[in-house]
Ligand binder design. Structure first.
Ligand code: EPU
Length: 420
């Protein structure tokens, strides 16, 4: 397995561009199953998770073609399989999002349940209960969800928790249902709103996406579309922290302040200087960050996907911060690795007390999930000496060419390929 080797201590300077959002692109790719026409998606990042999604779509019978290195054309005219196998769903949970579109267009689907996950239990009960409310019959057979419905029927669905995936799956399913569906306590994430934009451009009638109540009036068929994926707010936030943690001076092109409100607010509270421009955000950080308390929340709250990166920054703060993770049960695996670099972090239950230290020192560390891996790279950029991050396959699931992008800002970072 590849390693990333970082020699820290270089203040990053210059401009870095944000790629299209992974978490927006995945449901958008699966939404192509809802029509027999061609769908074109622009600003699709080159990531392992995107390749996994395309492989799954290809196995179902969807033809796809990369028109450039960020634009992909998909055609689901000749879908011949209605099954998503365990091998793919277990490597990428977002594969479960094929269930809603397959069921809505073809009347049945068989999709493996995702199984366990490093950051939490992550069940899919809300997806299944919602589909049942839309009239689907659901059976669990040998680890697979078997769903059937001649035609889904609109319903009033009140989600117990604003799950991003459940909102997306149900929204896609409801576009072709008979009648009107309302999803209450829907996830408000920008990725959900982006999906609604694409669905509406395909002829769907979705309103309220991006708020807690989404209404979908079912239609008989959807058409092809050309759509551009929104910029990745988590990648943008990661780069802003890279600028701040190295006391650098960085312009993050494509960072959208309107998608990063709670996060930017916390950075500013920590003393990081930010300037919002129409095409990006400029970050500088002249003094040691101050401590701040963070509680992760569904959007528009502080995003769980930036919690690990923020922990890296706060481990160098001037004071004691409390970080509380409310979305996932086990998303502090990076804490012990940051401690290996000299951080002072104590985890108790779903809270971590981070007492800032004056400096970190490079060490070999191991990545445990996507955002944990990048938090170790951020810490390594600030640490004295060399940090070696192993198991970086997690990183390749969500960050496009990260070592090249950071190198262009002056970072001393390289990938060491495994010998296998
Ligand atoms: N949940 C349930 N039942 C369900 C669905 C979710 O109990 O049926 C719980 C989960 O166990 C979890 C919480 O609800 O504790 C949040 O899960 P949610 O469904 O909102 O998350 P997701 O759709 O599985 C997406 C992102 C994650 C991101 C979360 C939260 C994608 C592909 N993934 O996951 O991204 O952390 O929303 O914002 O969009 C990442 O990119 O690193 C990542 C993990």
């Amino acid at each position: 397995m590849d390693k990333i080797v970082v020699r820290g201590g270089v203040p990053l300077r210059g401009e870095i561009a944000v790629s299209g959002s992974k978490n927006a692109a995945l449901p958008l790719l699966f939404a192509s199953l809802l029509t027999e026409d061609e769908c074109r998606l622009g600003q699709v990042p080159q990531l392992v998770d995107i390749r996994t999604a395309l492989r799954l779509l290809h196995d179902l019978g969807v033809e796809y073609d990369w028109l450039s290195n960020s634009e992909v054309a998909l055609n689901a005219r000749a879908v011949r399989q209605l099954q998503a196998p365990y091998e793919l769903v277990k490597t990428m949970r977002a594969s479960f999002l094929v269930l809603g579109p397959l069921l809505a267009r073809f009347g049945r689907a068989r999709v493996s349940t995702p199984g366990g996950c490093a950051i939490g239990a992550r069940p899919v009960n809300l997806h299944l209960e919602g589909l049942q409310q839309l009239g689907a019959s659901i059976r669990l057979q040998q680890g697979y969800v078997e769903a059937e419905a001649k035609r889904l029927r609109g319903a009033h669905i009140a989600l117990e928790f604003p799950s991003v995936g459940a909102t997306e799956n149900l929204m896609m399913a409801a576009t072709l249902a008979e009648g009107t569906t309302t999803i209450e306590n829907a996830a408000c994430e920008p990725e959900v709103a982006d999906l609604a934009t694409m669905l509406n451009a395909m002829g769907a009638r979705v309103s309220g996406a991006g708020s807690g109540t989404v209404t979908i009036e079912g239609v008989n068929a959807l058409q092809g579309v050309a759509h551009t994926v929104i910029p990745d707010r988590v990648e943008a936030g990661t780069f802003l922290i890279a600028g701040a943690i190295t006391a650098g001076d960085v312009f993050v092109r494509g960072a959208r302040a309107d998608h990063l409100g709670a996060f930017l607010h916390k950075l500013q509270e920590a003393g990081v200087q930010l300037e919002e421009h129409k095409d990006g955000i400029h970050v500088t950080c002249e003094k040691r960050p101050s401590s701040v308390d963070i509680v992760t929340q569904p959007y528009p709250g502080f995003p769980t996907d930036l919690q690990a990166q923020m922990m890296a920054l706060l481990s160098l703060s001037d004071g004691r911060s409390m970080i509380t993770e409310t979305i996932f049960e086990n998303r502090f695996l990076h804490a012990q690795e940051l401690v290996r670099l000299g951080a002072d972090i104590h985890v108790q239950g779903n809270s971590a007390v981070v007492s800032g230290v004056a400096f970190l020192s490079g060490a070999p560390v191991m990545a445990t999930d996507l955002r944990a891996s990048v938090s170790l790279i951020l810490a390594g950029l600030a640490a004295q000496g060399v940090t070696e991050v192993s198991r970086v396959y997690h990183l390749d699931r969500g960050y496009e060419h990260i070592e090249e992008k950071l190198s262009r800002l002056g970072a001393d970072i390289r990938r060491v390929k495994s010998e296998k």
